[in-house]
Write a protein that binds this ligand. Sequence first.
Ligand code: SF4
Length: 219
Amino acid sequence: MAEESFDATPFLPERRTLAALRDAACDCRGCDLWRPATQTVFGEGPKDATFVLVGEVPGDREDREGRPFVGPAGRELDKALEAAGIDRAEAYVTNAVKHFRFEERGKRRIHQKPDAKQIKACRPWLLAELDLLRPEALVLLGATAAKSLLGSGFRLMAERGRPLDSELAPVVIATIHPSSILRGRDGEARQAQRDMLIEDLREAAQALARPGATASDRA
Ligand code: SF4
């Protein structure tokens, strides 16, 4: 497939339910990432989730298990959600790109960031998920998710941790991806990243609790 024709749109089902989307995404060939990956890793969580969290791309473990955020970054996310007082069971988690992108080095598969064409190609799946879920709070984990939904000019470190003006959800907050904790050069750096993620998730929960934050408050 030529890169200029990368697009998941032809693979989306007519019937829009999360189950139908998930099934159809298994056969997506909207970009080149399906070929080396094990399987599509679609979003997961309750359809009436209050929070939707969007990451970048599945990792090695997620690719093998077919579920998002089940690897080391997922464990960091779980701990941060708990520290921020957000019930993981009330959150739907997904990624901006649904297939693992990696480079093989010997026996290891090293994560690679998806490129702009792959992110754009996969966006119809993410938009279809959000359209069905209509979350109260949308948390964008990392620059890839934020740029996919808010535009390529989005600057994560300048705008993270505060409610953003967006029609995607009543509360939209961007923060770091939990994998950045794992990349910290030492314990102190990792803790600083961890604190940042918790602080931003806490802000999302607090923003949601403010009067007038949600559509049901305003009804
Ligand atoms: S990464 Fe997205 S657009 Fe590309 S093949 Fe996978 S599901 Fe389709």
